[in-house]
Design a protein around this ligand. Structure first.
Ligand SMILES: C[S@@+](CC[C@H](N)C(=O)[O-])C[C@H]1O[C@@H](n2cnc3c(N)ncnc32)[C@H](O)[C@@H]1O
Length: 245
């Protein structure tokens, strides 16, 4: 059988998809809860249909990891709709844990109904975001978050970095004019890579007016797991906000 990396016309993915073990509660959430929140590229992407009611802003988070930022934003902003994308199964399960409160060791119910949870404004695509891009309409999102993408710091791996002209073309297309594209990174090589690559992109302007605008966490920020690890290990995160023109 072909795996996804061998199917023609699908992009090669460089990274981990499954953890070694998915524990019992997480597997339960993946089986019972994820299907109620999951989106697929064959759906109609209309904000009202997707979120049942009209949402003020529609936001996309690419590679949400363990989901802390996505969950925090969705909790603070019930008026907005969020699409989170993550290929790593344990990360998806962790987001579901945050939303449902169901943890390892709990007595598991027979099933769950996502309408019972406080956070109801999140949809999930549990695969490579590049497979979703072609389904997303133009001018759809108000905000796109790319937080601590894998840095691939070696020169020979530079082609794997997510910030590249092909992905930026899609992000520009799916963002509304004046929409926000936020990139956070803690890696010196990736910092330079982002500044250089974004400088060459005509469709975005960097909003920073002074050092604090990119060295300090933005006002609406929610800390991520990867960010906390970086700080513990002495690396300094930066936050680049771009607007589409
Ligand atoms: C370094 S981690 C950062 C996770 C999270 N944003 C954080 O700050 O804690 C990068 C994440 O991006 C995910 N990722 C990488 N490429 C992706 C892609 N093409 N589509 C979806 N997720 C992707 C990885 O699985 C990983 O969880």
């Amino acid at each position: 059988m072909l795996n996804q990396n061998q199917i023609p016309d699908t992009p090669k993915f460089f990274g981990r998809r499954k953890g070694r073990v998915v524990r019992k509660a997480k597997q339960f959430l993946l089986d019972c809860m994820l299907p109620q929140m999951k989106i697929t590229p064959d759906m109609v992407f209309d904000a009202q249909t997707l979120f049942e009611i009209e949402k003020k802003e529609i936001c996309l988070e690419i590679g949400f990891g363990d989901g802390q930022h996505l969950f925090g934003q969705a909790l603070r902003n019930p008026q907005n709709g969020y699409i989170g994308v993550e290929v790593f199964q344990n990360g998806v399960a962790n987001l579901l844990t945050l939303i449902s409160g169901i943890k390892e060791g709990d007595n598991l119910p027979d099933t769950v109904d996502i309408h019972e949870f406080q956070v109801q404004n999140v949809k999930v695509f549990d695969d490579d975001v590049r497979l979703l891009f072609k389904a997303l309409p133009d001018n759809f999102f108000d905000k796109v978050y790319l937080l601590f993408p894998d840095p691939w710091p070696k020169n020979k791996h530079a082609g794997r970095r997510f910030v590249n002209p092909d992905n930026l073309k899609e992000i520009k297309r799916i963002l509304k004019v004046g929409g926000l594209f936020r990139i956070a990174t803690d890696h010196p090589v990736y910092k330079r890579h982002v500044l250089r690559t974004m400088h060459n992109e005509k469709g975005f302007i960097w909003t920073a007016k002074c050092g604090d605008d990119w060295r300090k966490e933005p006002k609406d920020w929610v800390k991520t797991k990867y960010q906390q690890k970086a700080i513990r290990e002495g690396r300094r995160p930066v936050f680049f906000d771009y607007k589409t023109i």
